[in-house]
Design a protein around this ligand. Structure first.
Ligand code: CP
Length: 302
């Protein structure tokens, strides 16, 4: 049985709890796994991991599974809709059930914020946050950092604009904590009803014109599922005021890059033609999700 300290060290609940050197270490191991030409390196073949998604996912879920399989991990995939959660079983009882069957770690995505921390205090295995409410999405931030590092060489001194639905975004929060720990500066741009006032002390809100001058222009998905009805502008108004339209993209610094965690609402927060333009790193971000999650699994299990 692992000690509580060891479980804590191997868990990844948020970027907020990591220091700069731990983030650097994870990025170095990401680079290592990214450089391997062999698809299969089964160094973790005696370990069992459950991917427990209580909220839908495509990129995070499949890149965790890809990462685990590349490392030889024995993978159990859990989806809430096909489980006893449908009969009313709690998240805690679900995780404890899989723990009692012998899993060595759990990857967890949850709709609410804050529940994962409580869960982690009650179980004896490392948990990895695959996105919890609007709190954190640490592996997304790590893959974003790695994508920026691939392009710019280093992160220190970079200016990053995060544009869009900051209020509902765990991606914005994890990137804010990660980038500022590594010496980059972050600024936000959002309509008034999508701003998170508690984050203003850490990153200023700027105009769209100012945001477009940054080294990295990170667009966020408008999280329609988290908006109370009537809170947002129409899709056309949003695109007009806050979208990365073809016209705005043409005015970016040619050395800058465009990012988006996806899924993308094409022609709302970003124009169709911009998604796969030469400055866009949206698909490389998805590719980088695999080596990042290999590094995170290695840290959890070795
Ligand atoms: N970026 C991201 O978390 O995508 P999924 O919701 O598809 O995992």
């Amino acid at each position: 049985m692992m000690t509580a300290t060891k479980v804590k060290e191997r868990s990844l609940l948020g970027i907020k709890e990591l220091d700069g050197s731990e983030i650097h270490q994870l990025l170095e191991r990401t680079a290592y796994w990214d450089q391997q030409s062999e698809k299969l390196t089964p160094v973790l073949r005696s370990h069992f991991v459950a991917n427990m998604f209580f909220e839908n996912s495509t990129r995070t879920r499949f890149s965790f599974e890809m990462a685990e399989k590349r490392l030889g991990v024995q993978v159990l995939n859990f989806t809430a809709a096909a489980s006893s959660v449908e009969k009313g079983e709690s998240i805690y009882d679900t995780v404890r059930t899989l723990e009692s069957m012998g899993i060595d770690a759990g990857v967890v995505r949850l709709k609410p914020s804050g529940v994962l921390q409580q869960l982690a205090e009650k179980v004896g295995i490392p948990l990895i946050n695959a996105g919890d409410g609007n709190n954190e999405h640490p592996t997304q931030a790590l893959l974003d950092l790695y994508t920026m590092r691939q392009h710019f060489g280093e992160l220190k001194g970079l200016k990053v604009s995060i544009i869009g639905d900051i209020l509902h975004s765990r991606v914005a929060r994890s990137n804010l904590w990660a980038l500022t720990k590594l010496g980059a500066s972050v600024q936000f741009c959002a309509p008034a009803n999508m701003q998170a006032p508690e984050l203003a002390a850490f990153a200023p809100y700027v105009s769209m014109e100012e945001a477009l001058k940054a080294d990295v222009v990170m667009m966020l998905r408008v999280q329609l599922e988290r908006h109370a009805s009537g809170i947002i502008l129409s899709a056309e108004e949003y695109r007009r005021d806050y979208g990365l339209t073809e016209e705005r993209a043409a005015r970016l610094n040619p050395a800058s890059i465009i990012m988006h965690p996806a899924p993308v609402n094409r022609n709302v927060e970003i124009d169709d033609a911009v998604v796969e333009s030469s400055q866009s790193r949206i698909f490389p971000q998805m590719a980088n999700g695999v080596p990042v999650r290999m590094a995170v699994m290695e840290r959890a299990l070795q």
